[in-house]
Design a protein around this ligand. Structure first.
Ligand SMILES: Nc1ncnc2c1ncn2[C@@H]1O[C@H](COP(=O)(O)OP(=O)(O)OP(=O)(O)O)[C@@H](O)[C@H]1O
Length: 323
């Protein structure tokens, strides 16, 4: 049985100047789950995450529902793990003061209690000698410690939902895994759900309970993380997986890769938005946009999911470009 949703998004649409970039998106966030939102650049991942936080850019118009609406409780019931640890912290205040201020801004607690919670949050993310370090300024922290401090900041008020938008983009593989592990640990410690926005399928494996694959502002596939990764049912998911760098076998002349690029907003083809890039597209795919429907234990928006072979990488083989 599906566990009850912590938050439900229904028919979310986001547009700029009348051009829709998120086009009728529906999904739930379940208690304590890690939900990864993946897709190529421009799919609408960040805007969806920002909509949850009530942080859409100026000029965006929306329709649909997000319930409960937690935007008024940002920093308490829902919080953002920022991408850039350095700019997320003020250089002119000690780190502990910034965390204590975050506690006091929402919790109505005494100065002393706020301080204690700030130190506890720094301790929980593994800052050594947290009581003393709390008095230091961000520039006195190493890069890794700053990263820990912003995660402490996001979790200090024990939110129900943490939103991390590409938290590891700028990091090498070793640091990427450290940050993902820390995020998972902290999520567990405070009992939050984590919405993890990434364009990197490798981040999903082992880190996400469920994965929402987006293409051109819509759901392409939504289901249990490892099942979707191990046996995708939507050709787009299969293409993303086939294009991972680890499939690049040196010396092989033909490599699996997604050809082309996603359509620019406002220039969608008729039919399925992925059809022009899809090796399986035929007939209806070019005339009617598929609605997500329940297939093999997940939602899939594809007219021909049963045509997708397994494994599917060979569908995407392309001549390697001369170096
Ligand atoms: N402030 C804005 N004004 C106009 N268009 C915008 C604005 N912000 C985003 N968009 C457009 O909305 C679409 C979705 O953007 P979004 O940032 O959500 O994509 P994304 O999937 O997160 O991609 P990326 O990984 O590149 O951030 C893109 O085509 C983008 O150009």
């Amino acid at each position: 049985m599906e566990s009850e949703a912590l938050l439900s998004v229904r028919e979310l649409r986001i547009a700029f100047g009348g051009v829709e970039v998120v086009r009728g998106l529906s999904f739930d966030i379940r208690p304590r789950e890690v939900l990864a939102i993946v897709g190529e650049s421009g799919a609408g991942k960040s805007l969806t995450a920002r909509a949850l936080l009530g942080m859409l850019p100026r000029g965006a118009t929306t329709s649909g529902t997000i319930s409960p609406d937690l935007s008024a409780h940002r920093g308490r019931r829902i919080s953002l793990v920022p991408q850039d640890a350095l700019s997320a912290l003020s250089p002119v205040h000690p780190v502990g003061d910034q965390l204590a201020a975050a506690v006091r801004s929402v919790a109505g607690v005494s100065r002393k209690e706020a301080r204690a919670r700030a130190v506890a949050a720094l301790d929980r993310v593994g800052i050594p000698d947290a009581a003393r370090r709390a008095r230091a300024y961000p520039h006195e922290y190493s890069g890794g410690m700053r990263q820990r401090a912003v995660i402490a900041m996001a979790t200090v008020n024990e939110p129900e939902i943490l939103v991390a938008d590409e938290p590891t983009t700028a990091l090498d593989e070793e640091h990427r895994d450290q940050v993902l592990r820390l995020l998972a640990e902290q999520r567990e410690a405070v009992g939050a759900a984590l919405v993890l926005v990434t364009h990197d399928m490798d981040v999903v494996r082992g880190h996400a309970d469920r994965v929402l694959v987006m293409y051109a502002g819509r759901v392409t596939e939504l289901g249990p993380g490892d099942e979707v990764l191990d046996r995708p049912r939507a050709p787009y998911t299969a293409g993303l997986l086939a294009s991972l760098p680890r499939n690049a076998i040196p010396g092989r002349r033909r490599l699996p890769a997604l050809r082309g690029t996603p359509p620019a907003p406002g220039t969608l083809p008729p039919g399925c938005a992925f059809a022009p890039r899809c090796p399986l597209a035929a007939g209806l795919c070019h005339t009617a946009e598929p609605e997500p429907r329940q297939t093999a234990g997940r939602l899939v928006a594809c007219h021909r999911p049963e045509e997708l072979p397994h494994p599917a990488a060979d569908l995407f083989l392309q001549e390697r470009r001369p170096a």
